[in-house]
Design a binder for this molecule. Structure first.
Ligand code: HMG
Ligand code: MG
Length: 313
């Protein structure tokens, strides 16, 4: 075993996938212990060195809401050389206050984060869905005016822990509203991991039917029910070529009970390598990074691939 799968391409899949790495933000926002800023910077540096070209760095949210990322002002400037070397370092921004903070540090890729359901909008943003879209409107407009790239996350696209099933039409309506604000891309979040492949196909088809082109769509799966890779494959078969993942499978969401780990980047890369799909990621370097981070966090990575590749007899 050389630590890589045998590459056997399957027809009809994208030749290349852009991995949007969320471990340093989505992963660390959920950690109980405070991770020192220097460790976060080193983590991001190692992720970039492993070949990831989009590494979400942090969030400019209210520090009381997400204390784990309260050091955004200290962290972001430490990454200036990476930005200069062509690594994209998007940051989450919920409102104009957050945008001001991000722009003051020179951020050029931001993400707003909406919800397909009212309950999560209230819990995550203290707003209704309509109020949160109104909150994002000037954020997106100002970011675009300044030449920034804007991603629109949409959470609870496949189910909500409080509201249960979420109708596809409801998701499409909010997704369209987010894109109509001017977002460049949309990331469909299965925040609690309840989605299944047919559901993924149906949502993507409905979005296309509403005029949303597949090349503006990314997918953000959680592995709570073991469906994340199956859902990813369904999305790839549909033509999606942007996939969010979290190194080592870190993360969840502090405002969504039952949101456990994101799709682990290593598990994703194993599958994409096996399908002969280019990602630019060095799986061994990435795995070593997650092992290193797991040591810092004091518990093993939940990623199957990390466990398999780092297993010592
Ligand atoms: P609020 O309490 O309604 O805030 O929270 P407000 O607008 O009423 O303002 C209250 C005070 O907070 C004001 O200060 C503001 O200046 C300050 P005061 O005038 O009273 O002294 N304030 C801020 N300070 C610093 N930075 C800011 C900021 N905004 C206001 N940005 C708010 C509303 C949106 C701020 C709050 O709800 C919040 O920060 N929420 C963020 C929650 C979060 O980050 N959740 C995790 C990310 S989403 C996710 O993980 C899902 C995803 O991964 C995809 C998936 O899996 O589904 C993306
Ligand atoms: Mg997530």
């Amino acid at each position: 075993m050389n630590g890589l799968p045998m590459a056997v391409p399957a027809p009809g899949l994208p030749a290349r996938v852009r991995i949007h790495e969320v471990g340093a933000r989505d992963g660390l926002q959920n950690e109980k212990t405070a991770v020192p800023t220097e460790v976060k910077a080193e983590f991001i540096r190692r992720l970039a060195a492993a070949g990831l070209r989009t590494v979400e760095a942090t969030s400019f949210v209210h520090p009381k809401w997400v204390p784990q990322l309260a050091d955004a002002e200290q962290l972001y400037p430490q990454l200036a050389d990476l930005a200069g070397a062509g690594v994209h370092l998007p940051v989450l921004v919920p409102n104009e206050r957050g945008l001001d903070r991000a722009l003051a540090l020179g951020a050029d890729r931001i993400a707003v984060f909406g919800s397909a359901t009212e309950t999560f909008a209230a819990r995550n943003l203290n707003r209704t869905v309509a109020e949160s879209l109104a909150m994002f409107e000037p954020v997106v407009a100002r970011a675009k005016e300044g030449g920034a790239h804007v991603r629109g996350y949409l959470s609870m696209c496949f189910g909500d822990p409080w509201e249960g099933p979420v109708p596809v039409a409801q998701v499409v309506g909010t997704a369209k509203a987010l894109l109509d604000l001017g977002c460049d891309e949309l990331s469909l979040g299965d925040t609690i991991g309840t989605g299944t492949p047919g559901h993924v196909r149906s949502l993507l088809t409905a979005l296309n039917g509403a005029g949303v082109a597949t090349d503006r769509i990314g997918v953000h799966f959680h592995d709570t029910y073991g469906q994340a890779l199956a859902n990813t494959l369904a999305a790839l078969e549909h033509g999606v070529a942007t996939v969010d993942a979290s190194a080592g499978g870190l993360g969840g969401c502090p405002y969504a009970k039952s949101a456990t780990g994101n799709l682990a980047t290593e598990d994703l890369v194993w599958m994409l390598d096996g399908l002969g799909i280019e990602t630019g990621v060095d799986l061994a370097a990435l795995t070593a990074t997650s092992v290193w981070m797991a040591e810092r966090l004091g518990r093993p990575s939940p990623s199957r691939t990390v466990r398999a590749l780092s297993h010592k007899e």
